[in-house]
Design a protein around this ligand. Structure first.
Ligand code: AOF
Ligand code: ZN
Length: 400
């Protein structure tokens, strides 16, 4: 007998849709959705995780069904025959229910107290504190647990979270805006605007679901960008979801040679900027700045005291992972994008490609050096191609 019916798939697809509502606001937590269906097959509760520190999806759904999670044990001790409204129901959850006390109590306890009979799970939690423990706890309480329904869709909702949990590194996306011949600017530097306004709105959406926006001192000096999310430029659905979020994405700037000072636009607002450098920069005194020192490396990856070389990008990524940054959105020049690619620190490229040709002396999108052998090529695979206004948006995964 198949483990999952069409009805199961129907409810899980609703739970996945609910989960995706959290994509602008749950960080560093994953996106999770849950629906509760009673014995007769009626939907009695639904919810999703909105913000770290607040209710998990299961608890929100149980609450929606009229059950008050984590307050029930006292009631059931005094009234052993008390039957909650959720008794015998099925919970469809996009992520394994948590078994630990983090910022909130365990969802497994809530589901058990609610006398849920069956839990259908799309994907296992990659957080080592939870992984499979939630499933075992539910089974030990006599609940039927069926796992794996629409697992790959659920995994895709949490690609960056899962990657940080399993690799202790953030999921790094490099954004490129190019012509059809792969160029980003004319030889004289002129680059405004190659891609169209719809692409720029799309970039705002990508920034809005990222934990950090990464750039380099070169870009800050050349363009003086804000690198923030402009809420009024987001489509309406996204701006209301984004406003549930605790803070703007943190801006992360790599400045190996202490070329920055307080006067750039990124330092003029109250939102956080992390500046990575080799030595403390006394000119950076704005209130929103955190400076972090890492080693300078020569092009072969050895430590060096000479300038001109790169900061230890690997170390930077570890610092970001320790700070629970899941998704890093990179908007920077060809040199830093190329260095990140060469160091194997990029997971995904998002290319907005405009239908124009900029010519042979125009600037290339990434500087990965000169290759002499096709085996040195960085290989990618197309994940998604869509049209955004008059441009193409191409998502590519880097092959490891
Ligand atoms: C669930 N349902 O909706 C979410 C889960 O600090 P806390 O209490 O918010 O716990 C965060 C961890 O819980 C997170 O790392 C992940 O493993 C899990 N997230 N689990 O059962 C949810 N958001
Ligand atoms: Zn939970």
């Amino acid at each position: 007998m198949p483990k999952f019916s069409k009805i199961d798939a129907h409810w899980m697809s609703i739970a996945l849709k609910l989960a995706s509502n959290g994509r602008f606001s749950t960080m560093p937590n994953p996106n999770v959705g849950c629906v509760i269906v009673d014995i007769k097959g009626n939907l009695i509760g639904q919810g999703y995780h909105q913000k770290a520190g607040q209710g998990h999806a299961e608890v929100n759904a149980l609450f929606d069904a009229g059950f008050i999670p984590h307050q029930n044990s006292a009631i059931s001790q005094s009234y052993p025959h008390f039957t909650p409204v959720t008794s015998g129901a099925t919970a469809y959850v996009t992520l394994e229910p948590c078994s630990h006390t983090g910022k909130t109590p365990p969802c497994t306890t809530a589901l058990i107290e609610a006398q849920i009979a069956r839990v259908v799970i799309a994907s296992v939690d990659s957080n080592p504190e939870v992984m499979n423990k939630g499933i075992v706890l539910l089974q030990e309480a006599g609940i039927q647990v069926d796992t794996g329904l629409m697992g790959s869709e659920a995994q895709k909702l949490n690609t960056a979270f899962n990657f940080r949990m399993t690799h202790n590194k953030p999921w790094v996306i490099v954004k490129l805006a190019t012509s059809i011949d792969g160029k980003t600017a004319l030889k004289n530097g002129q680059s405004k605007w190659i891609t169209g306004s719809k692409s720029r709105i799309n970039v705002q959406l990508e920034r809005a679901c990222s934990c950090a926006i990464l750039s380099g001192a070169d870009t800050v000096i050349a363009d003086d960008p804000k690198l923030n999310v402009r809420i009024d430029e987001l489509p309406e659905f996204a701006s209301s979801l984004f406003q549930k979020r605790a803070a703007q994405p943190v801006r992360v700037i790599i400045d190996g040679q202490n070329r920055l000072h307080n006067n750039y636009q990124i330092f003029q607002d109250e939102h956080k900027v992390m500046v990575f450098n080799a030595q403390h920069n006394p000119l950076l005194t704005a209130n929103n700045i955190e400076q972090i020192q890492v080693a300078l490396l020569d092009p072969k990856g050895n430590q060096t005291t000479q300038h001109r070389q790169y900061l230890d990008l690997q170390a930077i990524m570890h610092v970001l992972a320790e700070k629970q940054i899941n998704r890093v959105w990179t908007e920077t020049g060809a040199a830093l994008s190329g260095a990140l690619l060469n160091m194997n620190l990029v997971n995904e490229l998002i290319v907005y490609q405009a239908p124009m040709l900029l010519g042979s002396d125009a600037r290339g999108a990434v500087n990965i050096g000169q290759l002499t052998n096709l085996q040195q090529a960085i290989e990618t695979e197309f994940e998604e191609v869509t049209q955004v206004g008059g441009d193409l948006k191409i998502r590519l995964l880097i092959k490891s």
